[in-house]
Design a protein. Structure first.
Length: 119
């Protein structure tokens, strides 16, 4: 693909302070950085196996937590996970349980929001 076509699709210009790219509006104003992480709580990569429970008395199933924050997590599972479940993970030799609600899905990967306090 010719370079001029790429420039038409990606109207990004470096900012003068050497920070990541910013987008310019048609009137020349700078918009906030489009690549900036806008989450309220920063995520931390952990890549840890966890268990999830679909209901009272249900057997636990495994998933992998790829990153986590105070408000949610990104998970991976080979099986279809329900829209709401309880996530259990070992942290410093103690079990942390959180009620989760699925916010997005992409194949076997999903983002969850923690609903309620840790148990």
């Amino acid at each position: 693909m010719p370079l001029f076509v790429l420039n038409w699709f990606l109207p990004l210009k470096p900012n003068l302070r050497g920070r990541p790219y910013n987008h310019h509006t048609p009137n020349g104003e700078m918009r906030p950085n489009l690549l900036k992480d806008r989450r309220k709580n920063p995520r931390h990569a952990i890549n840890r196996v966890a268990q999830y429970y679909t209901g009272a008395g249900a057997l636990p199933r495994s998933c992998v937590i790829t990153d986590i924050s105070d408000s949610g997590a990104r998970l991976y599972s080979d099986t279809m996970m329900p829209d709401m479940f309880v996530l259990s993970v070992l942290v410093d030799n103690s079990e942390m349980r959180r009620d989760c609600q699925v916010v997005w899905r992409l194949g076997g990967e999903l983002g969850v929001r923690f609903a309620g306090r840790s148990r």
